[in-house]
Design a protein around this ligand. Structure first.
Ligand SMILES: [Zn+2]
Ligand SMILES: [Zn+2]
Ligand SMILES: [Zn+2]
Length: 207
């Protein structure tokens, strides 16, 4: 899967739309958000693309190309962008001698950092929209509070699945995630594994 900044931006918009939709009707879609790997993004980005940089600090640098050509350019020390070549007659000997080498990797590092930041934002957004997929929720399922809720729900059902009333209840299922982490017991039901899996397959949510 390949990504680019515009893909990610499109996805942010998509996430926002899904968030709006989920506020209107939290249980209608069960859609999951695809974040992608975010790993193969660099090739698609040109160093000149620096959407988030206002180039606050630039420095004169000596840029040597593979064919041996030397240009003097101003490089943004934040995003790595290079200006057009500066005519030598505009520069003093001293300036040219003291100019450090152009950092060929800076733009790539900057783009990678931007993408990483976007990925983190998307993940935070997804955790808001789909809290049951979050690490916090996985921890919660191991917590003493959840153990108590779980036991009470299964006890309430007499240990029998509330989906089929034939098999033993071994899982506790959320009828809603409205109060995730602060559930009321009526929002939870005791289910057997078969019913639980069937429910999540039908509704499209991963078990
Ligand atoms: Zn810049
Ligand atoms: Zn069942
Ligand atoms: Zn469930």
């Amino acid at each position: 899967m390949t990504d680019s900044v515009s893909d990610l931006t499109a996805r942010i918009v998509q996430v926002q739309q899904q968030l709006e939709a989920s506020r209107a009707n939290p249980y209608a879609t069960g859609a999951s958000l695809q974040l992608g790997s975010g790993s193969s993004t660099r090739e698609n980005l040109k160093p000149s693309e620096s959407p988030d940089c206002c180039h606050p600090l630039e420095e004169l640098r000596r840029r040597t190309f593979s064919n041996g050509t030397v240009h003097y350019v101003r490089q943004c020390l934040s995003c790595g962008r290079a200006s057009n070549a500066i005519a030598r007659r505009q520069l003093s000997e001293e300036q040219m001698q003291q100019a450090p080498d152009y950092d060929e990797q800076l733009a790539e590092r900057y783009q990678a950092a931007c993408l990483e930041e976007r990925r983190r934002k998307l993940e935070r957004r997804r955790a808001e929209l789909e809290p049951w997929r979050s690490a916090e929720y996985r921890d919660y399922l191991q917590s003493p509070r959840w153990a108590v809720l779980r036991r009470r729900v299964i006890e309430r059902a007499g240990g029998v699945c509330e989906g089929c009333r034939s098999r033993a209840a071994v899982n506790v299922h959320h009828l809603t995630y409205s109060h995730i982490f602060h559930e009321f017991l009526w929002e939870l039901v005791a289910v057997c594994r078969e019913c639980h899996e069937r429910y999540h397959q039908l509704s499209g949510w991963a078990t």
